[in-house]
Design a protein around this ligand. Structure first.
Ligand code: G6P
Ligand code: ZN
Length: 565
């Protein structure tokens, strides 16, 4: 049984620790850096920041110090292959050995997608994992880098732990590292590093096996065998190797289905963020070439997804709703859903589906970590975010390729084109028009003041009209976690209008320069026309009202958003 194997491995670890080759462990004196507070998803900074002497070491030591006694435990290590991944992975290995970990599982070449890391942490019942990634942020020597710690449930460290890491980073005065040459990560197998076993594993196999358990691979293979074509853009990031093995080798999609499949340190100079702006060619392909039934893309570390149906980009909010409504068609979810959750700015499309299924729908703050407790407690089965993240109980991260396989399974089972599935969904549940306006690179003080003044003005807003819209209610979103009773405040300002519209204001927690204000616009249409036109028109008045309420243009000096997705 897994438990006895685990116990056996535990004993073996101890034994190796006692008899392994002695190795020099250095205790290196260091001084704290003032800026090592993890954000929405770990510590993310410019590569140049991480390249400062001791910067990486300090943060990694802070993680180990805060996460609990590492001695005798197992740690998963890997990253999305961006610039500096290869160096930092070796540092983490040497430091993990010095800190007394018994066993390290490292993806070949230091690579692991975020969902695969989560999968392996859970499968091996490891202590946790160190994931090297700045997700969808650009890579290369001028780009971003990131380090995050995932706990033993496979999910991002909860806020209590990231706070502890941040506190530890501000007082750190030494770190431990063994004196050893680089471990050869190009070959599978085990190396002894002073009594710590470093096991290099194939980054894909455990993950692919999990996908095969969840989905009806025979049916999806049948879909491809019948001539179904798709395009998966791996954006020269981590998902290339995963998508090639799963889509092309196992499921028989035609060669060339996966494009930009080679992970590159600079992601080929592109921005590995799968949205209609950065993956515009996919949207255009699906407008122009009727031979494709689906196009999809994932981000730097493989946890985000973008779905494009024939002639239509499927918003992540709609995707979550459609998958929820069709989950009974997928083997892993055919027994029904415990509940669903969405982040607060995500549209309320899934709420309607949950309502019709008679299951709970939770509204959490932005950040995947907030789903962790609900998943662990068995309160939800599926969850998703407007920021192109969708996932389920199968791991504790959002999962890009999983979402694509889910869509393929639904398309194959219903025998219906993806765009038709979406249209029928809108017919049945109504349509939530949706868009996100990002104002990037704002002055931090300007952005903070805008949010603060907005909060101060909330009590006066209800009943006031802005163009054709009248404010019904508004608040500064706070989340009370029903599992551990923690309360997270100031998670974004919500303004609800009587006309079925909603505007949300929030500052991004993932940027690396200046402040980014996100304005999320939504408007419900109970009986939508039968066309796929984007959320533009119905949202114009919502955007105007939001602009007026927040004095956006006057305060930021911006006439229009930097990006609309
Ligand atoms: C990361 C997290 C997501 C979150 C997103 C929001 O991708 O993993 O859970 O939705 O950041 O980022 P923001 O920039 O809006 O804070
Ligand atoms: Zn990501």
């Amino acid at each position: 049984s897994p438990a006895s194997i685990q116990a056996h491995q535990g004993a073996w670890h101890v034994c190796l620790k006692e008899h392994g080759e002695p190795m020099n462990t250095n205790k290196v004196p260091t001084k704290p850096f003032p800026d090592q507070k993890p954000g929405t998803s770990g510590l993310r900074k410019k590569v140049k920041t991480f390249q400062q002497p001791h910067y990486v070491e300090n943060f990694v030591q802070a993680i180990f110090d805060a996460a609990g006694d590492p001695r005798g435990k197992e740690l998963i290590v890997g990253g999305d292959g961006r610039f500096f991944n290869d160096r930092v992975v070796q540092t983490v290995i040497r430091m993990a050995a010095a800190n007394g970990f018994a066993w390290l599982i490292v993806g070949r070449d230091g690579l692991l997608s975020t969902p695969a890391a989560s999968c392996i942490i859970r499968k091996r019942r490891a202590f946790g994992g160190v994931i090297l990634s700045a997700s969808h942020n650009p890579g290369g020597s001028e780009g971003d880098f990131g380090i995050k710690f995932n706990a033993s449930n496979g999910g991002p460290a909860p806020e209590s732990l990231t706070d502890a890491i941040s506190r530890r980073s501000s007082e750190i005065d030494t770190y431990s590292i063994v004196d050893a040459p680089d471990v050869d990560l190009s070959r599978l197998g085990e190396t002894d590093l002073g009594g710590t076993v470093v096991e290099v594993v194939d980054p894909v196999s455990d993950y692919a096996a999990l996908m095969e358990e969840l989905f009806d691979f025979d049916r999806i293979a049948g879909l491809f065998a019948s001539g179904f074509r798709m395009r998966f853009d791996a954006m020269n990031a981590i998902t290339g190797p995963y998508a090639r093995v799963i889509l092309e080798e196992r499921l028989g999609a035609e060669a060339g289905t996966v494009t930009n499949g080679e992970p590159l340190p600079d992601f080929g100079g592109r921005h590995p963020d799968p949205n209609p702006v950065h993956a515009r060619d996919l949207v255009e392909l699906m407008q122009r070439d009727e031979s494709f039934g689906l196009a999809a893309a994932s981000d730097g570390d493989g946890d985000r997804n973008m779905i494009v149906a024939p002639g239509m980009f499927v918003s992540p909010s709609d995707s979550l709703a459609v998958l929820t409504a069709n989950a009974h068609l997928v083997p892993a979810y055919s027994g029904g859903l415990a509940g669903v959750a969405r982040s607060m700015p995500t549209s309320r499309a899934v709420d309607r589906v949950a309502d019709s299924l008679g299951i709970d729908c939770y509204e959490t703050p932005t950040g995947w970590k907030f789903f962790g407790n609900l998943l662990d407690a068995g309160r939800i089965t599926l969850c998703g975010e407007e920021s192109a993240g969708t996932g389920s109980t199968h791991v504790r991260e959002k999962d890009g390729l999983w979402a694509v396989l889910f869509w393929l399974n639904v398309i194959a089972t219903r025998g219906m084109p993806a765009d038709e599935i979406v249209r029928q969904h809108w017919k049945r549940f109504g349509r939530h028009h949706y868009a996100r306006h990002d104002y990037e690179g704002l002055d931090q003080d300007v952005a903070n003041d805008l949010m603060q003044d907005l909060r101060d003005r909330l009590p006066d807003l209800p009943g006031r009209s802005f163009g054709p819209l009248t404010v019904e209610s508004c608040d500064d979103f706070a989340y009370h976690d029903p599992v551990d009773d923690t309360v997270s405040r100031h998670q974004g300002v919500r303004v609800f209008f009587r006309e079925g519209a909603r505007a949300i204001f929030r500052l991004s927690g993932t940027g690396t320069s200046g402040a980014t204000l996100r304005l999320y616009l939504e408007r419900f249409d109970p009986s939508p026309a039968d066309d796929a036109a984007g959320g533009g028109e119905p949202l114009v008045s919502v955007a105007r009202a939001a602009g007026e309420i927040s004095e956006l243009a006057a305060r930021t000096g911006r006439g229009s958003p930097t990006t609309i997705t």
